[in-house]
Design a protein around this ligand. Structure first.
Ligand code: AMP
Length: 281
């Protein structure tokens, strides 16, 4: 595995690989790698000759400075984890490499960044779009891999490639979960033992809600999920929305749209976790 810190060196390396006919898959991450990240790398390996992974804790996507400061940064551990998969190039730039000058760009995502994460984390998706568009410019991969755990982010990145006329295939990969159902997340390692024991209620409730559609309406399901989770003293739901998967617009009846997803954000003390579940009916 080649470790590259400079964007010029990375784009030169990619140009060389492309001249030799290699296809390139790109997996952006913020590090503190877990099996969810590694699964994206495996998807990339199965579709591409070369897989490039980035580890960069992107300051512009954090609307909460405290969250940014305490975000886990454990590069040594990450390097160990990457030994278990084929990662051809690891890109670990410093902040001034990615933001040598203030980037004032804005993006029009329509409704996509107005709801859910966008509504509750102002500026978050602009920051995500800034950094991902820079990575795309440097690497111009054939394919890029995003986890469905951040479903809204995946939708926005797909839109971003259209907005910028990029010929990059954006591929979504399923959520990897711990044995008790908790969606894997770098933030899970910040939970105390007591909090960790309680957060499995989030996915458990979502899975139960998925079954309950047989006898609960959309609004009953929403209320039931929020009430069930909020009854646990460690957990506080920030939002739970059931939306169509394409436009992320709320649905009011199960029959409104074929593809629908329930997205949730929950505060666990100072930590904020997200998860989602598809609804079929
Ligand atoms: P992050 O490091 O949190 O920015 O995540 C990097 C990529 O890994 C994003 O595309 C995430 O959606 C994806 N990811 C994070 N957690 C999971 C998970 N539990 N399963 C699958 N993909 C994930």
């Amino acid at each position: 595995m080649k470790i590259i810190k400079k964007s010029k060196e990375l784009s030169d390396e990619v140009a060389f690989l492309k001249r030799n006919g290699s296809s390139i898959g790109f997996v952006p991450t913020m590090g503190a790698l877990h099996n969810g990240h590694l699964s994206l790398i495996e998807y990339s390996n199965s579709d591409n000759d070369i897989t490039i992974v980035s580890i960069f804790v992107n300051p512009t996507q954090f609307n909460d400075k405290g969250d940014y400061n305490k975000y886990p940064r454990i590069l040594k551990n990450d390097l160990e984890k990457l030994k278990n998969v084929k990662c051809d190039i690891l890109f670990t730039p410093l902040e001034n490499e990615m933001y040598p000058t203030k980037d004032k760009r804005d993006f029009n995502f329509g409704n996509l960044d107005k709801v859910m994460e966008g509504e509750h984390r102002p500026g978050h998706f602009r920051g995500v779009a800034l950094i991902v568009s820079k990575f795309f410019e440097i690497i111009n991969p054939d394919r890029t891999y995003f986890g469905e755990k951040d479903f809204q982010q995946f939708t926005i990145i797909k839109h971003l490639t259209k907005l910028l006329n990029l010929n990059i295939e954006v591929i979504s990969c399923p959520i990897l979960r711990e044995d008790d159902g908790l969606a894997m997340s770098s933030r899970n390692m910040l939970l105390t033992q007591e909090q960790r024991a309680n957060v499995s209620l989030i996915s458990k409730t979502l899975f139960e809600a998925q079954e309950n559609v047989k006898y609960m309406s959309v609004s009953e399901t929403k209320d039931w999920v929020v009430d069930t989770i909020n009854k646990n003293p460690f957990l506080e739901v920030e939002y739970f929305e059931i939306v169509d998967e394409i436009k992320l617009e709320p649905i009011s009846n199960w029959s409104d749209k074929k593809e629908k997803i329930g997205c949730i954000a929950v505060h666990v003390g100072a930590i904020r976790l997200i998860d989602n579940i598809r609804f079929y009916s």
